[in-house]
Ligand binder design. Sequence first.
Ligand SMILES: Cc1cc2nc3c(=O)[nH]c(=O)nc-3n(C[C@H](O)[C@H](O)[C@H](O)COP(=O)(O)OP(=O)(O)OC[C@H]3O[C@@H](n4cnc5c(N)ncnc54)[C@H](O)[C@@H]3O)c2cc1C
Length: 444
Amino acid sequence: MTDLNSIYAAEIADKPKFPPPTGNLYCEIAVIGGGFTGMIAALTLAENGHDVALVEADVIGSGGSGRNGGHVCQGWPNDFHHISRQLPADEAQLIWDAGMRAVDLLRQRVQRHKIDCDLRFGYLHAALHGRQMQELLAMRNEWQAKGYDHLTALDNRDSLAGHIGTNAYVGALHDANSGHIQPLKYLYGLARAASAAGARIYEHAGVTALDATPNTARHSASNKGTGNKGTGTKALSLANGQKITAKFVLLCGNAYLQNIGTRKMTSRLAPVTSSVLATTPLSDNLISHILPHRAAVADCNTALNYYRIDADSRMIFGGRASYTNVSLGNVERDLKQRMVDVFPELGESETAAVWSGRIGITVNRIPHFGTAGDGVFFVQGFSGHGVALTGLAGTILANHIMGQSRLFSILSKLCHLPFPGGFLQTPALALGMSWYKMRDYLRL
Ligand SMILES: Cc1cc2nc3c(=O)[nH]c(=O)nc-3n(C[C@H](O)[C@H](O)[C@H](O)COP(=O)(O)OP(=O)(O)OC[C@H]3O[C@@H](n4cnc5c(N)ncnc54)[C@H](O)[C@@H]3O)c2cc1C
Protein backbone atom coordinates (compact mmCIF):
# COMPACT_ATOMS: atom_id res chain seq x y z
CA MET A 1 0.00 0.00 0.00
CA THR A 2 1.19 3.50 -0.76
CA ASP A 3 2.63 5.30 2.24
CA LEU A 4 0.29 8.20 2.96
CA ASN A 5 3.19 9.82 4.76
CA SER A 6 1.05 11.53 7.39
CA ILE A 7 0.88 10.52 11.01
CA TYR A 8 -2.79 9.74 10.55
CA ALA A 9 -2.17 6.68 8.39
CA ALA A 10 0.50 5.31 10.68
CA GLU A 11 -1.85 5.08 13.67
CA ILE A 12 -4.71 3.24 11.96
CA ALA A 13 -4.17 -0.51 12.05
CA ASP A 14 -7.41 -1.53 10.36
CA LYS A 15 -7.37 0.28 7.01
CA PRO A 16 -10.20 -0.44 4.57
CA LYS A 17 -8.82 -1.83 1.31
CA PHE A 18 -10.54 -1.81 -2.04
CA PRO A 19 -9.55 -3.79 -5.16
CA PRO A 20 -8.69 -2.40 -8.59
CA PRO A 21 -11.33 -3.15 -11.23
CA THR A 22 -10.96 -6.57 -12.80
CA GLY A 23 -12.68 -5.70 -16.09
CA ASN A 24 -14.72 -3.02 -17.81
CA LEU A 25 -17.22 -1.27 -15.54
CA TYR A 26 -20.77 -0.16 -16.23
CA CYS A 27 -22.50 2.14 -13.80
CA GLU A 28 -25.05 4.89 -13.63
CA ILE A 29 -22.67 7.35 -11.95
CA ALA A 30 -18.86 7.28 -11.99
CA VAL A 31 -17.22 9.28 -9.21
CA ILE A 32 -13.57 10.14 -9.81
CA GLY A 33 -11.56 10.73 -6.64
CA GLY A 34 -11.53 9.03 -3.23
CA GLY A 35 -11.39 12.08 -0.96
CA PHE A 36 -14.17 13.60 1.13
CA THR A 37 -15.99 15.14 -1.87
CA GLY A 38 -16.13 11.98 -3.96
CA MET A 39 -16.82 9.69 -1.02
CA ILE A 40 -19.70 11.79 0.30
CA ALA A 41 -21.21 12.12 -3.18
CA ALA A 42 -20.93 8.32 -3.61
CA LEU A 43 -22.38 7.68 -0.14
CA THR A 44 -25.34 10.01 -0.72
CA LEU A 45 -26.11 8.53 -4.13
CA ALA A 46 -25.77 4.92 -2.95
CA GLU A 47 -28.00 5.60 0.07
CA ASN A 48 -30.62 6.80 -2.39
CA GLY A 49 -30.47 3.60 -4.40
CA HIS A 50 -28.21 4.72 -7.26
CA ASP A 51 -25.62 2.56 -8.96
CA VAL A 52 -22.29 4.23 -8.19
CA ALA A 53 -18.67 3.32 -8.90
CA LEU A 54 -15.96 5.42 -7.26
CA VAL A 55 -12.48 5.18 -8.76
CA GLU A 56 -9.38 6.39 -6.95
CA ALA A 57 -6.04 6.70 -8.78
CA ASP A 58 -4.01 5.78 -5.69
CA VAL A 59 -5.49 4.75 -2.35
CA ILE A 60 -8.39 6.29 -0.42
CA GLY A 61 -7.08 9.39 1.36
CA SER A 62 -3.94 9.91 -0.71
CA GLY A 63 -5.07 13.44 -1.64
CA GLY A 64 -5.79 16.36 0.68
CA SER A 65 -8.45 14.49 2.67
CA GLY A 66 -5.94 12.09 4.19
CA ARG A 67 -3.22 14.62 5.03
CA ASN A 68 -4.86 17.87 6.16
CA GLY A 69 -4.73 19.75 9.45
CA GLY A 70 -8.08 18.36 10.59
CA HIS A 71 -9.68 21.77 11.24
CA VAL A 72 -13.45 21.66 10.90
CA CYS A 73 -14.44 25.23 9.99
CA GLN A 74 -17.90 26.68 9.72
CA GLY A 75 -19.26 28.53 6.70
CA TRP A 76 -17.71 29.66 3.42
CA PRO A 77 -13.94 30.24 3.29
CA ASN A 78 -13.82 33.96 2.61
CA ASP A 79 -15.94 37.08 2.83
CA PHE A 80 -19.42 36.11 1.81
CA HIS A 81 -19.72 39.23 -0.36
CA HIS A 82 -17.79 37.35 -3.08
CA ILE A 83 -20.93 35.22 -3.36
CA SER A 84 -23.72 37.58 -2.37
CA ARG A 85 -22.77 40.40 -4.77
CA GLN A 86 -23.18 38.01 -7.71
CA LEU A 87 -26.62 36.66 -6.78
CA PRO A 88 -30.19 37.84 -6.13
CA ALA A 89 -30.91 38.14 -2.39
CA ASP A 90 -33.02 34.95 -2.15
CA GLU A 91 -30.36 32.82 -3.82
CA ALA A 92 -27.57 34.37 -1.72
CA GLN A 93 -29.58 33.49 1.39
CA LEU A 94 -29.93 29.85 0.23
CA ILE A 95 -26.17 29.62 -0.27
CA TRP A 96 -25.40 31.26 3.08
CA ASP A 97 -27.73 28.84 4.89
CA ALA A 98 -26.18 25.87 3.10
CA GLY A 99 -22.67 26.94 4.18
CA MET A 100 -23.85 27.22 7.75
CA ARG A 101 -25.10 23.61 7.63
CA ALA A 102 -21.70 22.19 6.63
CA VAL A 103 -20.49 21.41 10.14
CA ASP A 104 -23.88 20.02 11.21
CA LEU A 105 -23.83 17.71 8.18
CA LEU A 106 -20.41 16.44 9.22
CA ARG A 107 -21.53 15.94 12.82
CA GLN A 108 -24.65 14.06 11.69
CA ARG A 109 -22.65 11.78 9.39
CA VAL A 110 -20.20 10.97 12.16
CA GLN A 111 -23.10 10.07 14.48
CA ARG A 112 -25.22 8.18 11.93
CA HIS A 113 -22.36 6.02 10.72
CA LYS A 114 -20.75 5.76 14.18
CA ILE A 115 -17.39 7.00 12.88
CA ASP A 116 -14.74 7.09 15.59
CA CYS A 117 -12.71 10.10 14.41
CA ASP A 118 -11.92 12.19 17.52
CA LEU A 119 -14.37 14.97 16.61
CA ARG A 120 -14.02 17.79 19.12
CA PHE A 121 -15.52 21.31 19.18
CA GLY A 122 -13.95 24.67 19.99
CA TYR A 123 -12.08 26.96 17.58
CA LEU A 124 -10.04 30.14 17.87
CA HIS A 125 -9.54 32.60 15.00
CA ALA A 126 -6.51 34.45 16.38
CA ALA A 127 -5.54 38.06 15.60
CA LEU A 128 -1.87 39.06 15.46
CA HIS A 129 -2.58 42.80 15.48
CA GLY A 130 -5.32 45.40 15.71
CA ARG A 131 -6.46 45.37 12.08
CA GLN A 132 -6.99 41.61 12.18
CA MET A 133 -8.97 41.92 15.43
CA GLN A 134 -11.17 44.60 13.87
CA GLU A 135 -11.82 42.28 10.92
CA LEU A 136 -12.75 39.45 13.28
CA LEU A 137 -15.18 41.69 15.16
CA ALA A 138 -16.75 42.74 11.86
CA MET A 139 -17.09 39.06 10.95
CA ARG A 140 -18.71 38.36 14.34
CA ASN A 141 -21.21 41.18 13.76
CA GLU A 142 -22.05 40.03 10.24
CA TRP A 143 -22.51 36.39 11.25
CA GLN A 144 -24.55 37.27 14.34
CA ALA A 145 -26.83 39.49 12.25
CA LYS A 146 -27.43 36.45 10.03
CA GLY A 147 -28.36 34.30 13.04
CA TYR A 148 -25.09 32.49 13.87
CA ASP A 149 -24.77 32.71 17.66
CA HIS A 150 -21.72 30.54 18.41
CA LEU A 151 -19.10 33.31 18.32
CA THR A 152 -17.52 35.00 21.35
CA ALA A 153 -15.01 37.84 21.03
CA LEU A 154 -11.90 37.53 23.18
CA ASP A 155 -10.76 41.05 22.43
CA ASN A 156 -8.15 41.60 25.12
CA ARG A 157 -5.26 39.57 26.48
CA ASP A 158 -7.09 38.72 29.75
CA SER A 159 -10.09 37.08 28.10
CA LEU A 160 -7.73 35.35 25.67
CA ALA A 161 -5.57 33.97 28.48
CA GLY A 162 -8.30 31.51 29.57
CA HIS A 163 -8.14 29.87 26.14
CA ILE A 164 -4.52 30.01 25.00
CA GLY A 165 -1.17 30.53 26.71
CA THR A 166 0.82 32.77 24.36
CA ASN A 167 1.71 36.42 23.86
CA ALA A 168 1.54 36.05 20.09
CA TYR A 169 -2.02 37.38 19.71
CA VAL A 170 -3.91 40.53 20.66
CA GLY A 171 -7.26 38.75 20.66
CA ALA A 172 -9.37 36.07 19.02
CA LEU A 173 -12.85 35.00 18.04
CA HIS A 174 -14.00 31.78 19.67
CA ASP A 175 -16.35 29.61 17.60
CA ALA A 176 -18.07 26.93 19.66
CA ASN A 177 -19.48 25.23 16.53
CA SER A 178 -16.18 24.68 14.71
CA GLY A 179 -13.50 22.27 15.88
CA HIS A 180 -11.23 19.47 14.75
CA ILE A 181 -11.11 15.85 13.69
CA GLN A 182 -8.73 13.04 12.72
CA PRO A 183 -9.41 13.37 8.99
CA LEU A 184 -8.29 9.97 7.75
CA LYS A 185 -10.39 8.12 10.36
CA TYR A 186 -13.35 10.22 9.18
CA LEU A 187 -12.66 9.39 5.51
CA TYR A 188 -12.25 5.67 6.19
CA GLY A 189 -15.56 5.73 8.10
CA LEU A 190 -17.23 7.36 5.12
CA ALA A 191 -15.69 4.79 2.76
CA ARG A 192 -17.02 1.90 4.87
CA ALA A 193 -20.47 3.53 4.97
CA ALA A 194 -20.48 4.12 1.20
CA SER A 195 -19.42 0.53 0.53
CA ALA A 196 -22.10 -0.79 2.93
CA ALA A 197 -24.69 1.33 1.11
CA GLY A 198 -23.77 -0.37 -2.18
CA ALA A 199 -21.21 1.96 -3.78
CA ARG A 200 -18.48 0.06 -5.62
CA ILE A 201 -15.09 1.48 -4.63
CA TYR A 202 -11.86 0.83 -6.54
CA GLU A 203 -8.30 1.82 -5.65
CA HIS A 204 -5.35 2.01 -8.05
CA ALA A 205 -7.83 2.96 -10.75
CA GLY A 206 -6.64 6.24 -12.28
CA VAL A 207 -8.78 7.65 -15.06
CA THR A 208 -6.56 8.74 -17.95
CA ALA A 209 -9.17 9.97 -20.41
CA LEU A 210 -12.79 11.04 -20.40
CA ASP A 211 -14.92 11.20 -23.52
CA ALA A 212 -17.95 13.28 -22.53
CA THR A 213 -19.45 13.33 -26.01
CA PRO A 214 -22.98 12.00 -25.55
CA ASN A 215 -23.33 8.51 -27.01
CA THR A 216 -26.87 7.20 -26.85
CA ALA A 217 -25.82 3.94 -28.54
CA ARG A 218 -23.53 2.88 -25.68
CA HIS A 219 -24.66 0.69 -22.81
CA SER A 220 -27.72 2.30 -21.23
CA ALA A 221 -27.16 2.27 -17.48
CA SER A 222 -30.01 2.28 -14.98
CA ASN A 223 -31.55 5.68 -14.38
CA LYS A 224 -33.26 5.48 -11.00
CA GLY A 225 -34.91 8.79 -10.27
CA THR A 226 -32.20 11.00 -11.74
CA GLY A 227 -33.61 14.47 -12.17
CA ASN A 228 -30.78 15.83 -14.33
CA LYS A 229 -30.68 13.40 -17.20
CA GLY A 230 -27.58 13.39 -19.40
CA THR A 231 -28.34 12.66 -23.03
CA GLY A 232 -26.13 9.58 -23.31
CA THR A 233 -23.35 7.60 -21.69
CA LYS A 234 -19.75 8.71 -21.24
CA ALA A 235 -16.61 6.65 -21.75
CA LEU A 236 -13.72 6.75 -19.32
CA SER A 237 -10.38 5.02 -19.83
CA LEU A 238 -8.27 3.63 -17.01
CA ALA A 239 -4.50 3.47 -17.04
CA ASN A 240 -4.52 -0.32 -17.63
CA GLY A 241 -6.78 0.00 -20.70
CA GLN A 242 -10.05 -0.94 -18.99
CA LYS A 243 -13.12 1.19 -19.69
CA ILE A 244 -15.88 2.65 -17.56
CA THR A 245 -19.23 3.46 -19.12
CA ALA A 246 -21.41 5.80 -17.08
CA LYS A 247 -24.40 8.03 -17.56
CA PHE A 248 -23.06 10.69 -15.19
CA VAL A 249 -19.53 11.56 -14.11
CA LEU A 250 -18.47 13.52 -11.04
CA LEU A 251 -14.94 14.98 -11.11
CA CYS A 252 -13.77 15.15 -7.47
CA GLY A 253 -9.98 15.27 -7.85
CA ASN A 254 -9.52 18.88 -6.65
CA ALA A 255 -5.80 19.83 -6.49
CA TYR A 256 -4.84 16.21 -7.25
CA LEU A 257 -6.94 15.85 -10.41
CA GLN A 258 -4.88 14.05 -13.03
CA ASN A 259 -5.25 14.15 -16.82
CA ILE A 260 -8.91 14.96 -17.25
CA GLY A 261 -9.59 18.52 -16.07
CA THR A 262 -10.94 20.87 -18.72
CA ARG A 263 -9.21 24.19 -19.46
CA LYS A 264 -12.01 25.95 -17.55
CA MET A 265 -11.14 23.89 -14.48
CA THR A 266 -7.35 24.00 -14.58
CA SER A 267 -7.10 27.73 -15.33
CA ARG A 268 -9.19 28.55 -12.25
CA LEU A 269 -7.37 26.36 -9.74
CA ALA A 270 -3.89 26.94 -8.30
CA PRO A 271 -2.27 24.11 -6.32
CA VAL A 272 -0.50 25.44 -3.22
CA THR A 273 1.70 23.30 -1.01
CA SER A 274 1.07 23.37 2.73
CA SER A 275 2.93 21.35 5.36
CA VAL A 276 2.15 19.89 8.77
CA LEU A 277 4.35 18.86 11.70
CA ALA A 278 3.23 16.49 14.47
CA THR A 279 5.08 16.39 17.78
CA THR A 280 5.29 13.37 20.04
CA PRO A 281 2.61 13.46 22.81
CA LEU A 282 2.85 16.48 25.12
CA SER A 283 2.26 16.29 28.87
CA ASP A 284 -1.17 17.19 30.28
CA ASN A 285 0.55 19.86 32.34
CA LEU A 286 2.04 21.54 29.27
CA ILE A 287 -1.24 21.35 27.36
CA SER A 288 -3.09 22.92 30.30
CA HIS A 289 -0.80 25.95 29.88
CA ILE A 290 -0.87 26.35 26.12
CA LEU A 291 -4.34 25.15 25.02
CA PRO A 292 -6.36 24.16 28.11
CA HIS A 293 -9.60 23.49 26.17
CA ARG A 294 -7.77 21.86 23.26
CA ALA A 295 -9.41 24.21 20.76
CA ALA A 296 -8.10 24.30 17.20
CA VAL A 297 -6.44 27.61 16.30
CA ALA A 298 -5.79 29.47 13.04
CA ASP A 299 -4.26 32.92 12.80
CA CYS A 300 -5.48 35.53 10.32
CA ASN A 301 -2.37 35.85 8.14
CA THR A 302 -2.49 35.01 4.44
CA ALA A 303 0.21 32.35 4.93
CA LEU A 304 -1.37 31.30 8.18
CA ASN A 305 -0.38 28.99 11.02
CA TYR A 306 -3.08 26.45 11.95
CA TYR A 307 -2.77 24.00 14.80
CA ARG A 308 -4.49 21.82 17.38
CA ILE A 309 -3.80 19.25 20.06
CA ASP A 310 -5.03 15.87 18.81
CA ALA A 311 -6.65 13.02 20.77
CA ASP A 312 -3.19 11.55 21.46
CA SER A 313 -1.98 14.86 22.96
CA ARG A 314 0.28 15.69 20.00
CA MET A 315 0.59 19.19 18.62
CA ILE A 316 -0.45 19.06 14.95
CA PHE A 317 1.01 22.29 13.57
CA GLY A 318 0.44 23.37 9.95
CA GLY A 319 1.53 26.29 7.83
CA ARG A 320 4.27 27.40 5.45
CA ALA A 321 2.28 27.72 2.23
CA SER A 322 4.43 27.62 -0.90
CA TYR A 323 3.06 29.27 -4.03
CA THR A 324 6.09 28.48 -6.16
CA ASN A 325 7.63 25.30 -7.45
CA VAL A 326 10.84 25.87 -5.48
CA SER A 327 11.80 23.22 -2.95
CA LEU A 328 10.24 23.54 0.45
CA GLY A 329 13.75 23.34 1.94
CA ASN A 330 13.85 22.38 5.55
CA VAL A 331 10.16 22.15 6.25
CA GLU A 332 10.60 20.66 9.71
CA ARG A 333 12.96 23.41 10.88
CA ASP A 334 10.69 26.16 9.57
CA LEU A 335 7.48 24.73 11.02
CA LYS A 336 9.16 24.14 14.35
CA GLN A 337 10.36 27.76 14.42
CA ARG A 338 6.84 28.98 13.68
CA MET A 339 5.50 26.77 16.48
CA VAL A 340 8.12 27.95 18.98
CA ASP A 341 7.42 31.59 18.07
CA VAL A 342 3.87 31.00 19.32
CA PHE A 343 4.70 28.61 22.20
CA PRO A 344 8.33 28.95 23.37
CA GLU A 345 7.68 26.01 25.76
CA LEU A 346 7.66 23.68 22.72
CA GLY A 347 11.33 24.37 21.95
CA GLU A 348 12.31 21.02 23.45
CA SER A 349 9.46 19.04 21.85
CA GLU A 350 10.26 16.12 19.57
CA THR A 351 8.98 15.80 16.04
CA ALA A 352 7.06 12.61 15.26
CA ALA A 353 6.28 13.34 11.59
CA VAL A 354 6.27 16.06 8.92
CA TRP A 355 4.29 15.89 5.70
CA SER A 356 3.01 18.12 2.89
CA GLY A 357 0.04 18.22 0.56
CA ARG A 358 -1.61 20.24 -2.17
CA ILE A 359 -4.38 22.73 -1.42
CA GLY A 360 -6.48 23.84 -4.41
CA ILE A 361 -7.23 27.55 -4.26
CA THR A 362 -9.44 29.77 -6.41
CA VAL A 363 -8.92 33.51 -6.94
CA ASN A 364 -11.76 34.45 -4.58
CA ARG A 365 -11.30 31.39 -2.29
CA ILE A 366 -14.88 30.25 -3.00
CA PRO A 367 -15.24 26.65 -4.30
CA HIS A 368 -15.73 26.41 -8.05
CA PHE A 369 -18.76 24.33 -9.11
CA GLY A 370 -19.44 23.65 -12.77
CA THR A 371 -20.22 21.38 -15.71
CA ALA A 372 -17.43 19.86 -17.81
CA GLY A 373 -19.55 18.22 -20.51
CA ASP A 374 -22.98 16.67 -20.85
CA GLY A 375 -23.74 14.97 -17.51
CA VAL A 376 -20.22 15.70 -16.18
CA PHE A 377 -20.07 17.86 -13.05
CA PHE A 378 -17.22 19.07 -10.86
CA VAL A 379 -16.35 21.00 -7.74
CA GLN A 380 -12.85 22.16 -6.81
CA GLY A 381 -10.94 24.87 -4.94
CA PHE A 382 -11.91 24.62 -1.27
CA SER A 383 -8.95 26.91 -0.57
CA GLY A 384 -7.77 25.18 2.61
CA HIS A 385 -11.28 25.10 4.04
CA GLY A 386 -12.54 21.77 2.79
CA VAL A 387 -12.93 19.36 5.72
CA ALA A 388 -16.53 20.42 6.35
CA LEU A 389 -17.32 22.12 3.01
CA THR A 390 -16.44 19.06 0.92
CA GLY A 391 -19.26 17.24 2.72
CA LEU A 392 -21.67 19.93 1.66
CA ALA A 393 -20.21 20.00 -1.88
CA GLY A 394 -20.41 16.21 -2.33
CA THR A 395 -24.03 16.32 -1.17
CA ILE A 396 -24.77 19.18 -3.58
CA LEU A 397 -23.30 17.21 -6.52
CA ALA A 398 -25.33 14.13 -5.56
CA ASN A 399 -28.53 16.12 -5.09
CA HIS A 400 -28.01 17.81 -8.46
CA ILE A 401 -27.86 14.46 -10.22
CA MET A 402 -30.99 13.37 -8.33
CA GLY A 403 -32.71 16.65 -9.26
CA GLN A 404 -33.32 17.45 -5.61
CA SER A 405 -31.69 20.83 -5.12
CA ARG A 406 -31.10 24.19 -6.82
CA LEU A 407 -27.81 24.75 -5.02
CA PHE A 408 -25.55 23.36 -7.77
CA SER A 409 -27.25 25.47 -10.43
CA ILE A 410 -26.90 28.60 -8.30
CA LEU A 411 -23.30 27.96 -7.31
CA SER A 412 -22.22 27.12 -10.84
CA LYS A 413 -23.43 30.57 -11.98
CA LEU A 414 -20.73 32.27 -9.86
CA CYS A 415 -17.95 33.84 -11.90
CA HIS A 416 -14.45 32.51 -11.14
CA LEU A 417 -11.53 34.40 -12.62
CA PRO A 418 -8.68 32.42 -14.17
CA PHE A 419 -5.18 32.70 -12.70
CA PRO A 420 -2.67 34.30 -15.10
CA GLY A 421 -1.99 31.51 -17.57
CA GLY A 422 0.81 29.43 -18.96
CA PHE A 423 4.33 29.63 -17.64
CA LEU A 424 3.47 32.90 -15.87
CA GLN A 425 1.02 31.26 -13.51
CA THR A 426 3.43 30.24 -10.75
CA PRO A 427 5.60 33.41 -10.65
CA ALA A 428 2.55 35.69 -10.89
CA LEU A 429 0.82 33.84 -8.08
CA ALA A 430 3.96 33.92 -5.95
CA LEU A 431 4.36 37.65 -6.57
CA GLY A 432 0.76 38.36 -5.65
CA MET A 433 0.96 36.30 -2.48
CA SER A 434 4.29 37.92 -1.53
CA TRP A 435 2.49 41.26 -1.32
CA TYR A 436 -0.06 39.80 1.12
CA LYS A 437 2.67 38.07 3.14
CA MET A 438 4.61 41.35 3.31
CA ARG A 439 1.46 43.16 4.45
CA ASP A 440 0.98 40.57 7.23
CA TYR A 441 4.65 40.84 8.19
CA LEU A 442 4.44 44.62 8.46
CA ARG A 443 1.11 44.27 10.32
CA LEU A 444 -0.57 46.81 8.03
C1 LIG B 1 -1.54 20.01 4.21
C2 LIG B 1 -3.01 20.35 4.11
C3 LIG B 1 -3.69 20.86 5.22
C4 LIG B 1 -5.05 21.17 5.13
N1 LIG B 1 -5.71 21.53 6.27
C5 LIG B 1 -7.05 21.74 6.24
C6 LIG B 1 -7.76 21.99 7.44
O1 LIG B 1 -7.20 21.96 8.54
N2 LIG B 1 -9.09 22.23 7.36
C7 LIG B 1 -9.75 22.24 6.15
O2 LIG B 1 -10.95 22.49 6.13
N3 LIG B 1 -9.10 21.93 5.00
C8 LIG B 1 -7.78 21.67 5.02
N4 LIG B 1 -7.12 21.31 3.88
C9 LIG B 1 -7.90 21.20 2.61
C10 LIG B 1 -8.69 19.89 2.56
O3 LIG B 1 -7.87 18.81 2.90
C11 LIG B 1 -9.25 19.73 1.14
O4 LIG B 1 -10.06 20.85 0.84
C12 LIG B 1 -10.10 18.48 0.97
O5 LIG B 1 -9.47 17.34 1.50
C13 LIG B 1 -10.41 18.26 -0.50
O6 LIG B 1 -11.08 17.02 -0.63
P1 LIG B 1 -11.41 16.42 -2.05
O7 LIG B 1 -12.14 15.16 -1.84
O8 LIG B 1 -12.09 17.46 -2.89
O9 LIG B 1 -9.99 16.17 -2.73
P2 LIG B 1 -8.82 15.14 -2.30
O10 LIG B 1 -8.95 14.73 -0.89
O11 LIG B 1 -7.54 15.79 -2.70
O12 LIG B 1 -9.12 13.86 -3.16
C14 LIG B 1 -8.96 13.85 -4.57
C15 LIG B 1 -8.63 12.43 -4.96
O13 LIG B 1 -8.84 12.30 -6.36
C16 LIG B 1 -7.90 11.36 -6.82
N5 LIG B 1 -7.76 11.55 -8.28
C17 LIG B 1 -7.29 12.64 -8.94
N6 LIG B 1 -7.32 12.45 -10.26
C18 LIG B 1 -7.80 11.21 -10.46
C19 LIG B 1 -8.05 10.44 -11.64
N7 LIG B 1 -7.80 10.93 -12.88
N8 LIG B 1 -8.55 9.19 -11.49
C20 LIG B 1 -8.85 8.70 -10.26
N9 LIG B 1 -8.61 9.39 -9.11
C21 LIG B 1 -8.10 10.63 -9.22
C22 LIG B 1 -6.62 11.70 -6.06
O14 LIG B 1 -5.72 10.62 -6.05
C23 LIG B 1 -7.18 12.04 -4.69
O15 LIG B 1 -7.16 10.94 -3.80
C24 LIG B 1 -5.76 21.00 3.91
C25 LIG B 1 -5.09 20.48 2.80
C26 LIG B 1 -3.74 20.15 2.89
C27 LIG B 1 -3.06 19.56 1.68
